[in-house]
Design a protein. Structure first.
Length: 355
């Protein structure tokens, strides 16, 4: 959403980003005004705030109700007072929120403000949201002062989705139908992200044709995965890039021959924007779904955790880097990305909500 927000600023609008303290550093880099709200934490530190999540991850419990327990009952309730005061003081015309940031949704509904879901990547119908969230939205709404907060208002106004339409189309091969369901409604607009690199970002200095190994900010690779990756790449004759901190995909991916990833939606979409094939080693969340979709579209292979060895991973990496069909299919999806509307359209749609 950075590119859309900067475009709104360029058009003369006041834009204020309200989030946890660590995001202030990134906002400063992009010259966006910032207000701190809610608990101070970084993405990936949720288990520090919710001990039950840490326990579930330690025990390998994939049925833990993350969205309800962490995002609504913990983070949204903790953020609600700060955000309510900020909206009353600042009096915005529209509120743009992450699709799983629910304090903003509650405050907007209570203040009768139009709201925009800024980067939808799940495309769930209301009935699935209801099953996933239980009555937590209604409880949050009552605290915020509104009786209208439920799954039916999530996509009420506008949803900007930095995603490939062909990738999120529901098909029978998907193992988890709650992801990428048929709910892509009239308020959804698919956009091509065009986020500039932060000022001072160092240029890529590695070799072309490298294999990028990244598990993102939420799921980190365990020791067994790292061992398999290092052993697998040792005999490939290709450099391996393993970032330790935030990575500028726009600077790195054009030089990569493949991406090895857990299969997070953001990393998957970034690789396909640059036409780079993937090897997916699912860790949780929607990773299995994304991996199967990559395989069905011919842009990647999946190596399940239970089948992960240096040999199985090396075979998958060798396939996506040496068989031209993978790069060709990824290139076709990159062309689809290039044909999507970008930040100007996104900014215009947000403007239209302001009246």
């Amino acid at each position: 959403m950075v590119d859309v927000l900067r475009e709104l600023v360029r058009r003369g609008h006041q834009v204020l980003v309200a989030s946890a303290r660590p995001l202030g550093e990134l906002c400063a880099q992009y010259e966006l005004d910032f207000a701190e709200v809610g608990p101070a934490f970084r993405v990936g530190e949720e288990a520090r705030l919710v001990p039950a999540l840490a326990k579930a991850r330690h025990e390998g419990d994939r049925d833990f109700p993350y969205t309800r327990r962490v995002l609504v009952e913990t983070l949204a309730h903790a953020t609600l007072p700060d955000l309510t005061r900020l909206v009353r003081r600042w009096r915005p015309d529209v509120l743009v929120r992450d699709p799983v940031e629910f304090a903003g949704l509650a405050v907007a509904e209570a203040a009768s403000l139009p709201h925009v879901a800024g980067r939808d990547n799940r495309f769930l119908p209301p009935r699935i949201w209801r099953a996933e969230l239980g009555g937590s939205l209604e409880v949050l709404g009552r605290v915020a002062g509104t009786a209208t907060l439920d799954a039916d208002v999530l996509y009420r106004y506008l949803t900007l989705a930095p995603a490939l339409p062909s990738f999120v189309t529901a098909t029978e091969d998907l193992p988890d139908p709650r992801e990428f369901g048929v709910h892509i409604g009239p308020t959804h607009c698919f956009l091509r992200p065009r986020t500039p690199s932060p000022p001072g970002t160092p240029p890529w200095t590695g070799p072309d044709g490298a294999v990028l190994f990244t598990f993102g900010t939420v799921f980190t690779a365990d020791a067994a995965v790292r061992t398999a990756v290092r052993a697998a790449t040792a005999g490939l004759g290709r450099a391996m890039t393993e970032p330790r901190h935030w990575l500028d995909f726009n600077a790195v991916l054009p030089h990569c021959a493949a991406v090895v990833t857990a299969g997070g939606f953001g990393t998957t979409m970034a690789a396909l924007r640059h036409g780079v094939p993937l090897v997916v080693v699912p860790a949780g969340a929607d990773h299995v779904t994304n991996g199967r979709r990559c395989a069905a579209l011919g842009v990647g292979r999946t190596v399940p955790r239970e089948a992960l060895t240096a040999g199985s991973l090396r075979s998958a990496i060798d396939a996506v880097t040496s068989e031209p069909a993978y790069a060709a299919a990824a290139g076709e999806l990159a062309a689809e990305w290039a044909g999507l509307p970008d930040r100007e359209v996104g900014a215009q749609l947000v403007e239209e909500l302001c009246g």
